[in-house]
Ligand binder design. Structure first.
Ligand code: IPM
Ligand code: MG
Length: 368
């Protein structure tokens, strides 16, 4: 089988800085754990728009199709806010998701013990929290037609369409049941079946998949607004949550904040297995490009490094190495090392982006 491959797309803002730390981690695994990885790099988002007038070129798209996984930093920035939708940096993200058919977006929300005090919720509510949101990523209102701004009766009308086919619901439901089976065998599906037909169908299809294929997984349903409330009230009642594209966008931000820092959360977007058995995949931190701190060496690289850990687990079949990396991060945090976003009331040792990367590599080495 050919060498596993990775396409790195650092993107904009803090993307390149945090990606430089991932490179250190990759080099460590290559040198010490026999990782074979064919790594290439390209520009995307505003960086690509500046050079090519488009946020992602056809060549980059072709490369993304070829590799086993894409690791993306972040895209966007104030400089590009007024651009037309068709060339905005975010367009690159949406195109990668859609064309690689990355329908299952895994967004874990995990509360690291050393950081319990960072949550805006009481420590007992978040301590030990470890939940997974699966967001449908290639359909729903993000992509539904018709869409646009039209003129009707002398005024403009903005239109987007929520639309889900049975097969789209089935495949994301299966991905979620599979995950739940490997975790605590509990899945909660969220929609608005009380007001939306797409929600009625969603609920029916998820229930059918559960009854016929996953009777061992405990399935529940919740309206998404109630789900948002329950996430903040007592998040530990959940294990895996599955929901549509837009609700998933919102609920995953809520879940992220439960853990205290957006700078800590990774994500994986997975498609169907390909001929070589590996799913099409893209990994990215949940945080954005943080233009306010870009270029200052302050950004927290942990979310991007944890995204690479997810790549080790889901694309390269190296779950043990993924755990090794997660443990190293846990240790560095327990040692009190903190980038600016993690400096709270209890202090800690303030460090920058590069020092955090170095500390994680040192922790990997000392655990050898
Ligand atoms: C996310 C982001 C994106 C989304 C934006 C940047 C297009 O908010 O990944 O959650 O809305 O999906
Ligand atoms: Mg979002």
């Amino acid at each position: 089988m050919s060498t596993p491959s990775l396409l790195i797309l650092p993107g904009d803002g803090i993307g390149p800085e945090v990606m430089a730390e991932v490179r250190k981690v990759i080099d460590w695994f290559k040198a010490n754990r026999g990782l074979e990885l064919d790594v290439s790099e390209d520009i995307v988002g505003g960086a690509a728009y500046d050079v090519h007038g488009t946020p992602i070129t056809e060549e980059t798209m072709a490369k993304a199709h070829e590799v086993d996984a894409v690791l993306l930093g972040a895209v966007g920035g104030p400089k590009y806010d007024d651009l037309d939708f068709s060339v905005k940096p975010e367009r690159a993200l949406l195109r990668l998701r859609k064309e690689l058919d990355l329908f299952a977006n895994l967004r874990p929300a995990q509360c690291f013990e050393a950081l319990t005090q960072f949550s805006s919720l009481k420590p007992e509510v978040v301590a030990g929290l470890d939940i997974m949101i699966v967001r449908e990523l290639t359909s729903g209102v993000y992509f539904g037609e018709p869409r646009g701004i039209i003129t009707e009766n002398n005024e403009r009308v903005g239109i987007n369409t929520q639309r889900y086919t049975e097969s789209e619901i089935e495949r994301v439901a299966r991905a979620s049941f599979e995950l739940a089976r490997k975790r605590n065998k509990k899945l909660c599906s969220m929609e608005k079946a009380n007001v939306m037909e797409s929600g009625v169908l969603w609920r029916e299809v998820v229930q059918k998949i559960g009854d016929t294929e996953y009777p061992d997984v405990e399935l529940s349903h919740m309206y998404a607004d109630a789900g948002a409330m329950q996430l903040v009230r007592w998040p530990k009642q959940f294990d895996v949550i599955v929901t549509d594209n837009l609700f998933g966008d919102l609920l995953s931000d809520v879940a992220a904040m439960l853990t205290g820092s957006l700078g800590m959360l990774p994500s994986a977007s997975l498609g169907a297995p390909r001929a070589n058995g590996r799913p099409s995949a893209m990994y990215e931190p949940v945080h954005g490009s943080a233009p306010d701190i870009a270029g200052q060496g302050k950004a927290n690289p942990i979310a991007c490094i944890l995204s690479f850990a997810m790549a080790l687990r889901y694309s390269y079949d190296r779950g043990e190495d993924a755990k090794r990396l997660e443990d190293a991060i846990e240790k560095v945090l327990a040692d009190g090392l903190r980038t600016g976003d993690l400096l709270g009331p209890k202090g800690g040792t303030p460090i920058g982006t590069a020092e955090m990367g170095d500390a994680i590599v040192a922790a990997l080495a000392s655990a050898q």
